[in-house]
Structures are given as structure tokens and as C-alpha cells.
Design a protein around this ligand. Structure first.
Ligand code: ZN
Length: 201
């Protein structure tokens, strides 16, 4: 058994850091040491930023994004084309598409995909609110920017059927998205190309 080398506060910090995605115990230990070394210029400001974010974070009541204001910054942005609605599975996908700066559109975050095997049905996703946004007629195109996985494609088909009675085009991402690929892991160039080459669903 490894001997403890620091007090409980530091051990706790390391344990918590190790729970972050991409950090194992070894990198968590390095990150903790780095924070301790940069106590003034990093540790303090980071603690404050985390505290402030934690206090203020709210889900957007329109699109499901997370932000510190509701409606979120994207939904408030009047320069965005209100006739283009990009449907994504997760907030991570929304952020990935924004990094790619592919389109000046609005978003709708589903909160997952339909997955009969895992017991995820239509009521578990933000689908009713999607129909509510499309029904008034201002949205002309719904871009289904879902992952190229079986569940992602099942969800895309379901949404296409759901929106069939409204006067709206449904399109999907095209080239560059590898089968089984997750949007969040693609580079920005590939994502932008896939967005511009989207096809009718
Ligand atoms: Zn929003």
C-alpha cells in the first residue's frame, strides 16, 4: 500500500481532481502540485471562478444550453439567424460547433439520444420544447447535428417524423463525420465542412 505523503486536505484535492475527465490519479497529483506552486496567480483565481460559476450556472429555458444567464448568451444574440435551428445531443456538441464557427444559428440541446436498450424514450429528451419552437413557423431549417451512431441516427429519424407536419426542412451533417464518430472529438475544420455540406434528411 502506498504511504500517504500529504495531509488530508491535499489528498482530498487530488482525489477530486482525479475524477475530472482526462485526469487519472497521476495527472491529478501533478495538477494539485501545480496549483499549490501557483497559489497566488492560479489557485486563488481558479477557486473564485469555480465558486462564481457554480453559483450562477443555469440551464437555458429555451435551448437547454448551460450559461450564467437565462435565456443563454446564444439565444439572446439577435445577429443569429432565427430561421436556422441546429439540434445537438449535448451541450458539449453545441460548444464544439460554436468553436468550429460553422453557422450563425440557434441551437436546441436534446439532452441525449433515443436509446430503447437503455430505456431512453422520447419523453426523456427535450423534444416537446423542440416542436414548440418549430410550430410557430419562424424556423425554416432544422439541422440534425447528431452523432453518427446508431442511437444518433435513430433519434434523427424520429425527429424528422415528428416535424413532418410542419413547414420546415430537416437536414443532417454530411461528409467528414466518421461512422460511430462523436462531434465533440472532431477537429473544427472537419466539423465546419460537415455543416456546410449538410444534406436533406
Ligand atoms: Zn439558449
Amino acid at each position: 500500500m502506498a504511504e500517504r505523503v500529504s495531509g488530508p486536505e491535499i489528498e482530498r484535492l487530488i482525489q477530486l481532481l482525479a475524477r475530472l475527465p482526462g485526469l487519472g490519479p497521476r495527472s491529478a497529483r501533478r495538477a494539485a502540485l501545480h496549483l499549490i506552486r501557483k497559489r497566488e496567480e492560479l489557485f486563488g483565481p481558479l477557486t473564485e471562478a469555480m465558486h462564481a460559476a457554480r453559483e450562477k450556472i443555469v440551464p437555458c429555458s429555451i435551448c437547454g444550453n448551460v450559461d450564467t444567464v437565462d435565456p443563454c448568451t446564444i439565444c439572446r444574440d439577435e445577429r443569429r439567424d432565427p430561421s436556422l435551428l441546429v439540434v445537438v445531443e449535448t451541450v458539449a456538441d453545441l460548444w464544439a460547433l460554436e468553436r468550429a464557427a460553422a453557422l450563425s444559428a440557434r441551437y436546441h440541446v436534446l439532452g441525449g439520444t433515443l436509446s430503447p436498450l437503455d430505456g431512453v424514450g422520447p419523453k426523456d429528451l427535450n423534444l416537446a420544447s423542440l416542436v414548440e419552437r418549430v410550430a410557430p413557423g419562424g424556423v425554416k431549417e432544422v439541422i440534425l447535428a447528431v452523432n453518427a451512431t446508431v442511437d444518433g441516427q435513430t433519434t434523427a429519424h424520429y425527429i424528422t417524423t415528428l416535424l413532418a407536419e410542419y413547414n420546415v426542412r430537416t437536414t443532417r451533417l454530411a461528409h467528414g463525420v466518421p461512422v460511430g464518430g462523436e462531434l465533440d472529438y472532431l477537429d473544427e475544420g472537419t466539423l465546419a465542412a460537415a455543416m456546410h455540406a449538410r444534406t436533406e434528411f
